[in-house]
Ligand binder design. Structure first.
Ligand SMILES: Nc1ncnc2c1ncn2[C@@H]1O[C@H](COP(=O)(O)OP(=O)(O)OP(=O)(O)O)[C@@H](O)[C@H]1O
Ligand SMILES: CC(=O)N[C@H]1[C@@H]2OC[C@@H](O2)[C@@H](O)[C@@H]1O[C@H](C)C(=O)O
Length: 379
């Protein structure tokens, strides 16, 4: 069966779309990537998503419209990737659409219940593409007491489990998240959690200090020195000490927090701030391994994925901080870092259509395994 997976992550750099052929289910899933494209966020859409995601004043009318605007943009992406490959979207078995997370509250706080909101109306996608759409993957896990994230551990287990090696799969997107797949383990043995910031703080600081959206290749970080005072402050961040399962987001490591740090350390050179935030990102990853993974598992290797693998300074810092373990990028293992999450949602959507559970309670903290996602059929 042919399927398209759609993922627009927290970095808001674009929409990743992957066209795959998928066969089987569970550990017998076979997946072949046929095409991958990233669609750049239209400026107006990105600005509105940011406004909502940053909890700035916004009207309900704007949120209502945004849900449909995103749905239309997603549908166009599906139609385009199919057209470029030479098929019609009606030939797809399904589209798996993650949607755009505009808010995620993993735990009850300040009178708000644990909840999550991904926008991108599935009816619009289903109608325009003429095929079933699986969406809203996070809500059923949350209904079952989980944090609704991370969900990628399921596909990682399906794709990477090994009888002999314990592997840590580290994604570096907006947020950093790790999945540990113990050698010879069952899905029940998989654990995963968000390690802290991925590119989020680096991007926010690049925007404030350089009016750039990210630090290409990690060049700015490479030209700066660490600010020891800031290192000391960041090492004490309470998120690091929280015991997994745990997840985080823009609310904790987004622009507001980064802006506040930049204001406090404004007597330092901008490249030093970028270097220190890059170092902290690496530190938060390695700290998580030393505190929560290495004491429990005989970790054999770390595989990095997500846009952060292109930040060479960040990758270098990670390697320096954990010299005793082999660190690879997903590319070095023959997989694409960029398409990973979109492929993950194809795997999850496939399970949904087969009515099979695909959350990993050891990752989300859910009480039990549940079937994820809503299915919207065109007719
Ligand atoms: N050439 C590059 N040099 C440095 N950083 C890069 C490069 N290319 C991408 N990145 C970083 O990767 C980020 C995008 O990563 P990715 O696409 O994995 O994130 P995402 O899917 O939006 O986030 P998440 O996984 O948290 O939802 C960019 O915002 C940027 O910070
Ligand atoms: C709520 C939400 O959208 N979370 C994302 C985000 O981006 C990375 C990290 O934070 C992860 O928890 C999750 O996405 C991936 C795809 C996941 O659920 O595995």
């Amino acid at each position: 069966m042919l399927a398209v997976g759609l993922m627009s992550g927290t970095s808001l750099d674009g929409l990743d779309a992957v066209l795959c052929e998928v066969k089987g289910t569970g550990v017998d899933t076979e997946i072949k990537e046929l095409a991958f494209e990233t669609f750049e966020y239209p400026m107006k859409l990105r600005d509105l998503v940011k406004k909502v995601a940053e909890n700035r004043p916004v009207s309900i009318a704007e949120v209502c419209s945004l849900n449909f605007e995103l749905g239309k943009w997603y549908a166009d992406a599906v139609i385009n990737i199919c057209k470029n490959y030479g098929i019609a979207s009606e030939e797809l078995g399904f589209v798996a659409s993650h949607g755009q997370t505009v808010y995620h509250i993993p735990h009850e706080r300040d009178g708000l219940v644990a909840s999550t909101l991904q926008l991108g109306e599935s009816a619009v996608i289903a109608y325009q593409c003429g095929c079933p759409v699986v969406s809203n993957f996070r809500t059923m896990d949350m209904a079952a007491g989980g944090e609704g994230a991370p969900l990628v551990p399921y596909s990682e287990y399906v794709l990477y489990q090994s009888a002999v090696k314990t592997i840590a799969l580290q994604n570096i997107g907006g947020i950093g998240n790790v999945t540990v797949i113990p050698a010879g383990g069952e899905i029940e043995d998989v654990v995963a959690f968000d390690t802290g910031p991925g590119n989020m703080m680096i991007n926010a600081a690049m925007e404030i200090l350089y009016d750039e959206s990210f630090d290409k290749g990690g060049a700015v970080a490479a030209s700066g020195d660490l600010i020891i005072e800031l290192v000391d402050e960041l090492r004490d961040h309470p998120y690091l000490k929280m015991v997994p399962p745990k997840s985080t987001g823009r609310e904790v490591f987004g622009i507001e927090y980064t802006k506040q740090l930049i204001e406090t350390y404004n007597n330092y050179a901008p490249e030093d701030i970028i270097a220190t935030l890059t170092w902290f990102t690496a530190y938060s990853i390695v700290y998580s391994y030393r505190e929560f993974i290495i004491p429990k598992y005989n970790l054999n290797e770390i595989i990095l994925a997500g846009g952060g693998v292109h930040n060479l300074t960040l990758v270098e810092y990670i390697k320096e901080l954990i010299p005793e373990i082999d660190v690879f990028t997903q590319e070095e293992k023959g997989f694409s870092s960029d398409s990973k999450e979109a492929v993950a949602f194809v795997i999850l959507g496939n399970e949904t259509l087969h009515r099979k559970p695909s959350n990993v309670p050891g990752a989300t903290g859910a009480k039990e395994k549940v079937v994820l996602g809503n299915v919207t059929r065109p007719n």
